[in-house]
Design a protein around this ligand. Structure first.
Ligand SMILES: [Zn+2]
Length: 294
């Protein structure tokens, strides 16, 4: 694949990022429906500390589908992690200060949440299939690997105090993980390029439209786990890639919770061969590069 352009713009958000609002494009960013009630959309879910909002971006039907997997993602993968790190929640009153842990022999006891290492996981992914010339139906997500994310010092201290035989339960949710990454990437691109026509590549996965969508066609990641960036929150960026013959791919880069050792993810959100659209997109990239260096 010939690489003519590889421009990137985006930001490393601080742990408590500024609220940013992107304007509506007057239709649902997932299914294109207009003349329907549209609701504001958090680009990174609020439950994961996302504060960037695209106004009137999602129709009711799409919102329902997305809510379902985002809730699973936030609750079942990052549940205790979010509690411990006080991520935003719509149910603040239910906050706990303690957590019940279970030993291997089934004994249960309660510990302060501040001492609990709250392990969570991320998934190591290979490059998205489309970037390797794979057809959409080929699913290589069976090669993905789970990486447990925890603070080593906290885990050490906890084990010293409470013993080695504490059990940690993590439910592996590959599809919801891929869908959440695809949704975040798609929403960032639509917030920046929503008024330009291009082929949407990740909406089938997001909306679960095909019966067995290949998880690895448009979603991928860095195989290596990147070192922590102190005080960083989430990181996002948008890249464009000019491939043969004259096709522009729009790629979103995402790294969640960069203050921990976490992988990078990429989502191939869009594709266009239209010269006008390509020019507009590259211009936006150039302008934002100028802004960021000014
Ligand atoms: Zn919709």
């Amino acid at each position: 694949m010939k690489e003519a352009t590889d421009k990137i713009f985006g930001e490393i958000q601080p742990f408590n990022p500024k609220k940013v609002t992107f304007p509506s494009i007057g239709k649902c960013i997932y299914c294109d429906a207009s003349n329907v009630t549209l609701t504001d959309e958090h680009i990174i879910p609020l439950s994961m500390g996302g504060v960037q909002i695209m106004e009137k971006a999602s129709c009711e039907a799409c919102c329902k589908i997305i809510n379902k997997f985002e809730t699973k993602f936030a609750k079942e993968i990052f549940g205790t992690f979010r509690e411990k790190h006080r991520f935003p929640s719509r149910h603040r009153k239910n906050r706990q200060n303690e957590i019940e842990v279970t030993k291997v022999n089934g004994d249960k006891f309660v510990v302060p949440l501040s001492e609990f290492p709250a392990p969570t996981y991320m998934i190591k992914m290979a490059t998205a299939g489309i970037l390797n010339g794979m057809p959409p139906s080929v699913d290589t997500s069976f090669l993905w690997q789970f990486v447990v994310i925890t603070n080593d010092k906290e885990l050490d201290d906890f084990t010293k105090k409470y013993g080695q035989d504490v059990t940690y339960k993590l439910r592996f949710l590959i599809k919801e993980f891929a869908q959440t990454m695809a949704k975040i990437g798609h929403a960032y691109v639509m917030a920046n390029f929503g008024n330009i026509e291009f082929e949407k590549l990740s909406t089938d996965l997001i909306l679960g439209k095909t019966e067995n969508p290949s998880l690895s066609y448009v979603v991928g990641g860095s195989w290596e786990i990147l070192p922590p960036i102190p005080n960083a929150g989430h990181i996002w960026g948008i890249r464009v890639l000019l491939t043969n013959p004259d096709t522009l791919l729009i790629i979103a880069d995402i790294r969640l919770m960069a203050a921990s050792s976490t992988p990078n993810y990429h989502v191939v959100v869009g594709r266009t061969r239209d010269k006008n659209a390509i020019q507009k997109i590259i211009q936006i990239c150039r302008d934002s590069e100028l802004n960021s260096t000014a």
